[in-house]
Design a protein around this ligand. Structure first.
Ligand code: IMP
Length: 424
């Protein structure tokens, strides 16, 4: 069984935990897009591990864990993450890095940081990890790939084209310092040595003979997808299931199921529309009980009620076959819980049951809610669906009806054990 794990909201849905559980049964785990903008926390045997780019499947022995062609790698961040995990005793013998993955260069981070810090209008709230500028150069065909670091002739040839362009942009558009070719060559040389043990030049042979099960690990979420998310308040890659194919080198016929991970509520970091956002005590309560602070940036996450309009859209464009509903236990002390089933346009009273893709009108939209009675009970030690309180089951059933997809996994706490598999 080959499975794609996709974030179904705006990222931070708890994908790492679900990926970690599914990774146990997989032979190959491929991270297919994004870079160190992602932050994944996995708790295993009471130890907390923090991942950004390296697939969390690395915690299991005898798995091939691939940083795929669709990802972007910031070498110094890779070095840091790798070192921290090494210090925790993680075994890296299964790690493979695609030679086709893109490299985030120092000028990409300079540009991302400058653009964010100086934006008067249209601030995206990026993680400042150079993600957008790296993907921009990839699409503009002036990017560097991992394989380029290992061929000095190619590297020289490419830098002669790229560097004058980047330096002109740095100086004339951003007023930033240019780089000498020597500086960039030294940088490439230093990091080629760090990446070298893992670069996977014979991946084609492996893929031709692949017979185990593959887990495709997405980062961010459908609503941050560059084509289908709340553009322009998105990341610069394709977290949707389609991105698993372009970002891994394995075609659609390889995919058997797509699990979309969604919180029982919604969070978002960075700028951009968020119709069910709660700027009140309830939002603060969700933030505090759910520990809603970013792993990568430490920023507090904006919180709101579950948005079934957006989620039904995510099921459609994300290609989801089922949903893993996480953090349900955050509602254990709530008297009432809400689900947004439609939006109302405050300008003319129009009702939207389908997600309006022009996000610039979202500021006029009011969420329409169904209210559910809470279960007022600790569910963190429950392990079967049947044992969940009736009000909890009612909530889950309504989520399934509204989004048009079954809930297959329910998470009631951070630990691997705190997981319920629901057979529909
Ligand atoms: P970038 O990916 O750093 O360019 O940021 C673009 C948008 O995606 C910003 O709103 C970020 O906060 C958001 N973002 C990027 N990565 C993540 C993530 O892993 N979780 C949640 N939001 C993210």
């Amino acid at each position: 069984m080959n499975t794609v794990v996709v974030g179904a909201q705006w990222g931070d849905e708890g994908k790492a935990k679900i990926t970690d559980i599914l990774a146990e049964k997989a032979d190959v785990i491929i991270r297919y897009q994004g870079g160190c903008n992602a932050g994944h926390t996995v708790v295993a045997n009471n130890i907390t591990y923090k991942f950004h780019l390296i697939p969390s499947g690395i915690l299991y022995k005898n798995k091939i864990c691939v940083i795929g062609p669709g990802t972007v790698i910031m070498p110094e961040y890779f070095e840091k993450e790798h070192q921290e995990l090494l210090n925790q005793g993680v075994d890296f013998s299964g790690l493979r890095i695609s030679p086709l993955a893109s490299i985030t260069m120092p000028y990409h981070t300079d540009i991302d940081g400058f653009s964010e810090d100086n934006a008067q209008k249209g601030k995206i709230g990026t993680t400042k990890k150079g993600i957008g500028p790296t993907y921009t150069d990839k699409i503009a065909r002036i990017g560097l790939k991992v394989q380029d670091l290992f061929d000095i002739e190619t590297l020289n040839e490419k830098l002669d084209i790229i560097l004058p362009l980047k330096n002109k942009q740095l100086q004339e558009v951003y007023g930033l310092k240019p780089y000498t070719k020597e500086q960039i060559l030294n940088y490439c040389h230093k990091y080629s040595e760090i990446l070298a043990p893992y670069v996977w030049f014979d991946w084609q042979t492996f893929f031709e003979e692949i017979d185990g099960s593959v887990l495709f690990e997405g980062a961010q979420g459908v609503m941050l997808d560059v084509d289908y998310g709340t553009y322009p308040f998105v990341t610069s890659s394709n977290p949707i299931a389609g991105g698993a194919c372009t970002g891994s080198g394995l075609g659609p016929k390889m995919i058997d199921e797509v699990i979309g991970v969604a919180k029982a509520y919604v969070t978002r970091v960075g700028e951009g529309p968020f119709v069910t956002e709660l700027n009140d005590e309830t939002g603060m309560k969700i933030q505090s009980i759910g520990h809603e602070f970013g792993v990568t940036t430490g920023r507090p996450r904006r919180c709101g009620w579950f948005d079934a309009v957006t989620m039904r859209y995510a099921v459609l464009v994300g290609g989801l076959t089922s949903v893993a509903l996480t953090k349900l236990d955050v509602f254990d002390t709530f008297d009432n819980i809400k689900i947004c089933y439609a939006y109302e346009d405050t300008r003319d009273g129009a009702i939207y049951k389908n997600y309006p893709t022009n996000v610039f009108i979202h500021k006029y939209l009011k969420p329409l809610y169904e209210t559910f009675e809470g279960w007022r009970q600790d569910i963190t030690s429950i392990r079967t669906y049947e044992d969940l309180p009736e009000n909890c089951k009612k909530y889950i059933s309504r989520v399934e009806e509204l989004i048009g997809a079954p809930v297959s996994i329910i998470s009631v706490g951070p630990d691997r054990e705190q997981t319920i598999f629901k057979v529909s």
